[in-house]
Design a protein around this ligand. Structure first.
Ligand SMILES: CC(C)(COP(=O)(O)OP(=O)(O)OC[C@H]1O[C@@H](n2cnc3c(N)ncnc32)[C@H](O)[C@@H]1OP(=O)(O)O)[C@@H](O)C(=O)NCCC(=O)NCCS
Length: 195
């Protein structure tokens, strides 16, 4: 399993690509925004070094494994608008975890759905995953809706799993199995065939 090879993934409006060192300023712009980190596992960034470290971690992982982190960019302009990643690969069980965030200026236009559709397809088809997990704050309606649209099912609730800047936050735990993904694809193609 070559789980961490950062193949470039293209969609109608987006290109998901590996990070470069010169993405730090754009990345800092995303994670220094309080709105973006409202339900994230850490507080808003305050210095560019935090962006540089996230990119360094991604670049190390491209060589060493364990994390597959993509820059989500606009196909038309090349602008970096968000990130998505697969991490926590567990080879024997063919499972991993999904994470994602978009700059707030780009919310509500279907970009996250489009990016994750491509990333999940890649994870199931090219990387051979059987199960993908996501841990979100139950108050994060946009994230819950996004996951459910992609076929994830809520499997659990874990109270006070996180403490971010002194605030306790719960986890809504979601899972997507390969067979749910396949059933969804089948249902969508039957719907399309029916006109
Ligand atoms: C979660 C996030 C990635 C969604 O990105 P997005 O590009 O706005 O999502 P999409 O436009 O693809 O929308 C996905 C679905 O969520 C719905 N949605 C979007 N914002 C919503 C909101 N505030 N409340 C309820 N539903 C919402 C959309 O309507 C869409 O559902 P639909 O297709 O049935 O209409 C984005 O809000 C974000 O980056 N948030 C900050 C980081 C974060 O919380 N990441 C997840 C942590 S695990």
């Amino acid at each position: 399993m070559s789980a961490t090879l950062p193949d470039v993934l293209s969609t109608r409006r987006l290109v998901l690509r590996p990070f470069h060192r010169d993405d730090a300023t754009a990345l800092f712009g995303i994670f220094s925004d309080q709105q973006v980190v409202r339900f994230w596992s850490a507080g808003a960034w305050t210095e560019i070094g935090q962006a540089e470290r996230m990119i360094e971690e991604a670049m190390l992982a491209y060589r060493g494994g364990g994390l597959s982190r993509y820059a989500i960019t606009l196909r038309a302009t090349g602008e970096l608008i968000g990130i998505c990643n697969l991490r926590g690969f567990f080879e024997q069980n063919r499972r991993c975890e999904l994470g994602y965030a978009l700059g707030s200026a780009y919310w509500g236009r279907g970009y996250a759905g489009e990016a994750l559709e491509a990333l999940l397809g890649h994870a199931f088809e090219a990387l051979g995953m059987n199960r993908i997990e996501a841990d979100i704050d139950p108050r994060n309606d946009a994230s819950a809706r996004l996951l459910e649209r992609l076929g994830f099912r809520q499997e659990g609730f874990m109270p006070e799993r996180w403490i971010v800047d002194g605030e306790k936050a719960d986890t809504a735990f979601y899972g997507l199995l390969k067979r749910y993904w396949d059933e969804r694809a089948l249902a969508r193609s039957s719907l399309a065939a029916a006109g």
